[in-house]
Design a protein around this ligand. Structure first.
Ligand SMILES: [Zn+2]
Length: 353
């Protein structure tokens, strides 16, 4: 009897300040990630940041961007869709207002949180939520439908988990036919100068219906929230897993991928470490230099939770980013462990649950 349906997801993008390159931080690591998953009968759901895609497309057409990054992204997404992976929507709205000097992107961080955009924006119509979701959905459906006739873009995850205040975002999602959101990281909260999310009051359920709040169950809601799996982790466990990363020298970024997230830019190692220790819960990640042992810890915690829940198959969403995926061997070992030792886990995706 299977108790959890493991859903592998990745947020497909370069870094939030415009650093990084599409080949080394997206295309190549994504290919490695999907090949490993395929070898073990699993598929990947890619949450594609279309805001940066639009910028790459525009600047290449103008002759400012030397390589056709948008074309490379299109080719990879079509190839992956043909191979059975799913392609869904992600937004980093800071890309909706950028300048590009041929080398560096300058992005508008006032737009960082999608929750702060208006439902309709009269001054900047392209930044209005209703229009934005329509355009995002259309972009992905135009790319994928030629290779997969029954494809539909109907699932969303907000960039930097920063959807709150979410009322208008959820209205725009429902208006555009979206029926699943996968932004919530159960029980977690975070705030810095850019990012803001608070899921400390999220329901203790495998998934729930929402209407105008991510954290409250609504019987009439048209959208299902399928949260990212999180679990508590004791200090000794954190130290053990940190030690394994160090001992095996698992890199944080793929070879050749150079860039920094805006949140960690300029932060010292000590303050990053302090943040790790302050975290009350951890997201189930299979990137970020996560070891095989840590992945099995997440999976075992998920099975325990599923057993205490009355529902049937308990969906467990795991997250990663190609730009921080350099632990191929660890993921491979984890998938092998599932195949050999764990009859409780089945690999699945949002459309199957
Ligand atoms: Zn993202």
């Amino acid at each position: 009897m299977k108790s959890i349906g493991l859903i592998f997801t990745t947020d497909y993008e370069i870094f939030g300040n415009g650093s990084g390159c599409v080949e080394k931080c997206m295309i190549e690591p994504t290919e490695r990630m999907t090949t490993i998953l395929e070898n073990h009968g699993a598929t990947l759901t890619l949450f594609v940041d279309v805001c940066e895609y639009w910028a790459f497309e525009k600047e290449f057409a103008k002759g400012n961007l030397k390589k056709d990054w948008a074309g490379m992204i299109r080719a990879q997404l079509q190839d992956l869709a043909k191979r059975g992976h799913d392609v869904q929507l992600h937004f980093h709205p800071q890309w909706l207002d950028y300048s590009f000097d041929g080398i560096r992107w300058t992005l508008n961080y006032d737009l960082w949180r999608i929750g702060k955009l208006k439902y309709e924006d009269l001054e900047f119509p392209d930044r209005g939520l209703k229009k934005l979701f329509g355009r995002g959905k259309k972009t992905l459906e135009t790319i994928i439908t030629p290779v997969k006739k029954d494809y539909s873009c109907h699932i969303f995850r907000a960039g930097a988990w920063s959807m709150q205040p979410e009322k208008d975002v959820l209205k725009a999602l429902a208006e555009n036919g979206f029926d699943i959101d996968s932004t919530v990281a159960s029980g977690l909260a975070f705030q810095d100068d850019y990012t803001f999310y608070d899921f400390t009051n999220s329901p203790n359920e495998p998934y729930w219906k929402i209407e105008d709040s991510l954290n409250s169950i609504s019987g009439n809601g048209k959208i299902k929230e399928v949260p990212i799996f999180t679990t508590k982790m004791s200090l000794p466990k954190k130290l053990k897993f940190l030690g394994l990363k160090k001992k095996r020298s698992i890199p944080m970024k793929p070879r050749g991928c150079v860039g920094a997230s805006i949140a960690t830019e300029g932060k010292g190692k000590l303050s990053k470490l302090a943040e790790v220790f302050a975290e009350k819960r951890k997201m189930f990640t299979f990137g970020d230099a996560t070891s095989f042992e840590e992945m099995t810890y997440f999976a075992e915690r998920a099975i325990q939770r599923a057993k205490s829940s009355k529902n049937g198959l308990f969906p467990v969403v795991a997250i990663s980013h190609p730009k921080t995926f350099a632990n191929e061997q660890e993921l491979s070992n984890f998938l092998e462990w599932v195949a050999k030792n764990n009859k409780e886990i089945v690999f699945t995706n949002y459309n199957e649950i």
